[in-house]
Design a protein around this ligand. Structure first.
Ligand code: SF4
Ligand code: SF4
Length: 379
């Protein structure tokens, strides 16, 4: 593995005719407002190559990848599209952290991912699937931080971020350690739980990569409720990107794209939308808060106190679909979600035993809500 000098001074590529750029925290880099999540590439390699290559041409300069996505093929599928185009582009790799992780294994994984991608170094490397409870495994002697520091000294990585799904409060504590240059968390119109974390990241100069800006495709269906709340007469996916990028603390919206049409449409949205000119993030949040308030007390906090259901019903997932429908008017997404639920977790298994109602701290009439959802799915 060749050792290279750090290249912080190398500017990232730009294409100001098609893309907008935003500061990436305190790194000094300007990252494209739209970034590319490589976890949704498809089976057709020619198409993957054309898609990634076109994204670079359109000015996308951040690609999120790890060896683990797509059954271990994500970086193999990403690399050909980047061939000859990696100068001035951030391709992030990612390795997990757990009690068994060591500096040696973490280092080996950095090298392995570099080899697959054909890179000499990572401008960004992520500690993946991170939680506050994993901090001891980061800090321990012979742990992940040792590997990161050494790799930084040798120029194998330049900046370090983390991704994960811990609580917003725990992630605030994580970024307050000062150990990370970026945080990657889900953030979109229907999932704003990390908004306080994103605010804190902005205050600390930690870059924010907003993943799932269209909620994994849930926001691909139309909603008049969302249009009214946001005062925008636009397709939902466009409103979704606009919303995420209206948050001044978000550095980039990382979308998992797998067609040229999606890519070009998202690039157009980003290009045509100047959040600084519109500047009305607060009004959008108020509109969304109103929708949420209209749902009243019928709101599942996904605490999972009701789980496991004796019949196997995945209650929080169904109630999330219920919320998408009732709060945001995403009926089609809710129908599709019910149809896609594995049979052994399906609402059809509910016997109305009431055990979940007794366990729910929010007093939710779960069987009634499931029955309503079932009627929507059948209708
Ligand atoms: S009422 Fe239905 S969902 Fe709730 S615990 Fe009983 S079977 Fe499960
Ligand atoms: S206990 Fe209530 S709030 Fe918690 S996951 Fe179950 S239904 Fe949702």
């Amino acid at each position: 593995m060749p050792i290279v000098a750090p290249a912080h001074a190398e500017p990232l590529i730009r294409n100001d005719e098609t893309m907008r750029y935003r500061p990436f925290g305190r790194t000094g880099w300007q990252v494209s407002a739209l970034s590319f999540g490589c976890m949704r590439l498809g089976e057709d390699q020619e198409r993957n190559t054309a898609l990634i290559s076109r994204a670079v041409d359109l000015g996308v300069n951040y690609f999120e990848s790890t060896r683990y996505y797509l059954g271990g093929t994500c970086q193999h599928k990403t690399a050909p599209g980047l061939a000859g185009k990696t100068a001035g582009v951030i391709v992030s790799g990612k390795e997990r952290i757990n009690p068994d992780q060591t500096a040696y294994l973490f280092r080996k994984e950095i090298e392995r991912q570099l080899d697959i991608l054909g890179l000499t170094h990572f401008k960004f490397f992520q500690v993946g699937w991170f939680r506050w409870e994993n901090m001891p495994h980061l800090l321990k002697r012979g742990g992940v931080l040792e590997a990161i520091r050494r790799a930084k000294d040798e120029g194998l990585i330049q900046c370090v971020g983390f991704t994960g799904h811990d609580t917003p409060e725990n992630f605030i504590t994580c970024i307050e350690t000062g150990l990370f240059d970026s945080i990657t968390v889900p953030y979109n119109l229907i999932n704003r739980s990390y908004e306080p974390t994103i605010r804190r990241a902005g205050q600390l100069g930690v870059g924010v990569v907003a993943m799932c800006p269209v909620a994994g495709g849930v926001l691909a269906c139309e909603s008049s409720r969302l249009r009214d709340a946001l005062q925008m007469d636009l397709p939902t996916t466009e409103m979704a990107l606009r919303f995420v990028l209206s948050n001044p603390d978000v550095s980039t919206a990382c979308s998992g794209m797998n067609t040229l049409e999606q890519l070009e449409e998202n690039v157009r949205t980003v290009r045509n939308f100047d959040p600084a000119a519109q500047g009305d993030f607060a009004a959008m949040c108020e509109g969304l808060d109103r929708l949420r308030a209209e749902l009243g007390d019928k709101f599942c906090t996904a605490c999972r106190y009701c789980m496991p259901c004796p019949e196997g019903v995945d209650i929080p997932r169904h109630l999330d679909l219920y919320r998408q429908w009732k709060a945001f008017g995403l009926e089609d997404a809710a129908r599709r979600g019910v149809a896609r639920m594995p049979e052994d977790k399906s609402l059809a298994r509910c016997t109305t035993c009431g055990a979940c109602v007794a366990a729910c701290p929010n007093d939710l009439p779960v069987p009634d809500m499931l029955a309503e959802l079932a009627r929507l799915a059948e209708g």
